[in-house]
Ligand binder design. Structure first.
Ligand code: NDP
Length: 236
């Protein structure tokens, strides 16, 4: 049994974030999620936050601190895609994905680090993607944002590692969520052929890796990239 913590999962109203929040709750933690719409799982505190806006993130943290205590575990999960070929990618397609996926993680982690430094304890988990290291045609914006998280986690590890704070990256492959449901069926079948496990992952597959990285058992793991991709990205 791991020590109960105050946990924040961004984008916890659906998909992978919802499953991560559920798993933390099942393991006995105090859980808050951010959402722009809808709610997190039953038992979690849902707070409103926009990842591109530091003031909104600050207000969300203040509310969580008042209701659940200082955030000890932060999972930066909120993210978007705006896939299109490079020649057609507008400046806004590029910067909005970077600002949400990488900028959002930066804002959330920076705000969380205040309390973590004070407590001399923290667990930071950043949700990247196999595409961050593998690349993806039509995903120059998304892949850049996701590989940026690796440099970010490793810099935090060097900066804050001596203060009881770990920072790791989880890199999911294809996971059954709204994000992948929009892919044409033929494309889904094609992708499955290239996954050694022969299937897409479930949100629970990702959630278990995240809760383990946040647990007492993972105290000496930092700056790591943990793939949850059925072997798709092996060797990266
Ligand atoms: P979903 O599209 O199902 O959910 C995305 C979440 O991010 C929602 O909660 C959404 O909130 C939130 N979000 C998006 N933009 C913002 C913003 N500007 N401010 C605040 N919240 C925002 O995604 P998944 O569950 O599929 O993915 C979760 C994470 O996992 C993402 O970072 C994604 O890149 C990554 N990932 C997903 C994979 C997959 O196969 N599904 C594979 C690899 C990585 P709202 O509902 O309010 O819009």
């Amino acid at each position: 049994m791991t020590t109960p913590r105050t946990v924040l999962v961004t984008g916890g109203n659906r998909g992978i974030g919802f499953a991560i929040a559920q798993q933390f709750l099942a393991d006995g933690h105090r859980v808050a999620v951010t959402a722009r719409s809808g709610q997190g799982p039953e038992g979690a505190l849902t707070v409103h936050a926009e990842m591109t806006d530091s003031a909104s993130i600050d207000a969300a943290f203040t509310q969580i601190e008042q209701e659940l205590g200082a955030v000890e575990v932060v999972v930066a999960n909120a993210g978007i895609t705006k896939d299109t070929l490079l020649m057609r990618m507008s400046d806004d397609d590029f910067t909005s994905v970077l600002d949400t996926n990488l900028g959002g993680a930066f804002r959330v982690v920076k705000r969380a680090s205040k309390g973590m430094l004070k407590a001399r304890f923290g667990r930071i988990v950043l949700i990247s993607s196999v595409v961050g290291l593998y690349g993806g045609a039509g995903q120059a914006n998304y892949a850049s944002s996701k590989s940026g998280l690796v440099g970010f986690a490793r810099s935090i590890t060097r900066e804050l590692g001596a203060r009881g704070i770990t920072a790791n990256v989880v890199a999911p492959g294809f996971i059954e969520t709204d994000m992948t449901a929009v892919l044409p069926e033929a494309q889904q079948a094609e992708y499955k052929k290239s996954i050694p496990a022969g299937r897409f992952g479930t949100t629970d597959d990702v959630a278990r890796a995240v809760t383990w990285l946040a647990s007492d058992d993972a105290a000496y793991i930092s700056g790591a990239v943990i793939p949850v991709d059925g072997g798709l990205g092996m060797g990266h």
